[in-house]
Design a protein. Structure first.
Length: 407
């Protein structure tokens, strides 16, 4: 940091580990001692003791303290954080509130760096995840045979929950290593297979290492689009695998985008959209209550629990939703107002893709194509089926697909 930037920096974020004050650099200690007010959790404040400054324990939720914090602009203030504040820590949230030139940051070794040092794993080749404050199914897409994962946990109960998930998906041969209170006097490391996992008295401050091992029949979510239809609980209202793969290609997902899946059925399009990249978001709009509940179950099973399910009929159910970067209409294109509402809501540069199998739906898409352009396709798929003791081709209903970009 330049001398000019340092002169206007009033907020310091200090990462601290289980080694406490002794593990801080001289510069970090000087920043801590020079603050007039220090924020942190009770554990952080205890680790940094003795402190001459006034202290504040974070309230719940932490955001309740932000008005007071921001009102201190220009006065030396310090925030204590666990390890590296910018690796699943508070640093990113604070940086959205305070300009970078007003910040000084002294990171400590992250839990991931410490765990890799203990296990001898290359950090660049290890999946680094967090379940802290997040639901367990988020782990599912990362459970690929041969993968090494490091997981920040909720508390001492998380390792057993992960072990149960692994067993349920045929990955019981995976090895779990529980690394507790790393870097301090209470540090402990223990390992067990997911099958028969029985470690107890696990410190709430733990990081979990997972070496994924699966049998041939393990439930591993494939990395390719067009998952087998059997992955989705459904009542027949499902975009089938071959058509789904083509449809995802037509939607052209990019990192950070949001999809509306209108007439979502089993939710297969929105679920596979989210599986393409962890930054992708989707809203599944479904009028049938039973199907809406089924979408949520499918999303959990396939590891995208953050899929938002809106139970309601388009176009009314679209009101108030954040504008999408892409829209898929799998059902309801013949309902008056649905296509117009989708076109109106779509952000510039976004793609709208609609699939139909009925003549009435095709007429709507032909009219839209005549007025707006885009691309129109007829998709046909046939599979070999028994014909007596021989085989023949049995075709599925042809699908008409209209794809259009909003310029």
């Amino acid at each position: 940091m330049s001398a000019e930037a340092e002169s206007i920096a009033w907020l310091t974020i200090v990462g601290i580990g289980e080694d406490g004050r002794a593990g801080l650099s001289p510069a970090a200690r000087a920043a801590l001692d020079g603050a007039s007010l220090v924020y942190g959790g009770r554990r952080h404040l205890a680790l940094a003791a003795p402190l001459s400054a006034e202290t504040r324990v974070w309230p719940s939720p932490i955001a309740d303290a932000y008005p007071e914090l921001l009102a201190r602009s220009g006065r030396p203030t310090c925030i204590l954080a666990t390890g590296d504040p910018f690796h699943y820590g508070i640093g990113a949230e604070i940086a959205r509130l305070v300009p970078a030139e007003a910040l000084r940051v002294f990171p400590h070794a992250s839990a991931f760096s410490l765990a890799c040092a203990r296990l001898g794993w290359p950090l660049a080749e290890t999946g680094c995840l967090t379940l802290h404050g997040r639901s367990l199914p988020r782990l599912i897409p990362h459970l690929q045979p041969g993968a090494r994962l490091l997981v920040l946990t909720w508390d001492g109960s998380t390792p057993a929950a992960v072990a149960a998930l692994l067993r349920a998906r045929g990955l019981g041969a995976s090895r779990l290593t529980v690394l507790e209170a790393m870097g301090g006097p209470r540090e402990r490391r223990r390992s067990a297979l997911a099958e028969g996992f029985a470690l107890d008295d696990i410190d709430p401050l733990n990081t979990l290492g997972v070496e994924v091992v699966g049998a041939a029949d393990a439930q591993v979510v494939p990395l390719s689009p067009g998952l087998d239809d059997a992955w989705f609980e459904n009542d027949g209202q499902l975009t089938k695998a071959d058509i789904r793969a083509v449809t995802l290609g037509a939607l052209r997902p990019r990192a950070g985008q949001t999809l509306w899946d209108i007439g979502a059925g089993a939710g297969s399009i929105s679920i596979e959209w989210m599986l393409r990249h962890p930054s992708l978001r989707a809203v599944a709009v479904e009028a049938n209550p039973a199907r809406a509940a089924r979408i949520a179950r499918n999303a959990d099973r396939l590891g995208v629990p953050d899929l938002r399910v809106v139970e309601g009929r388009a176009p009314d159910a679209l009101a108030g939703l954040a504008p999408p970067d892409a829209i898929f209409i799998g059902g309801g294109v013949t309902v008056p107002g649905v296509l117009d509402a989708a076109i109106e809501a779509l952000l510039p540069g976004g793609w709208l893709v609609a699939n139909v199998v009925t003549l009435e739906g095709e007429a709507v898409l032909l009219a839209a194509f005549a007025v707006r352009g885009g691309s129109l396709k007829r998709l046909t798929v046939a599979h070999a089926d028994p014909v007596g003791h021989l085989h023949g081709w049995r075709g599925a209903m042809p699908v008409t697909q209209w794809a259009w970009a909003k310029r």
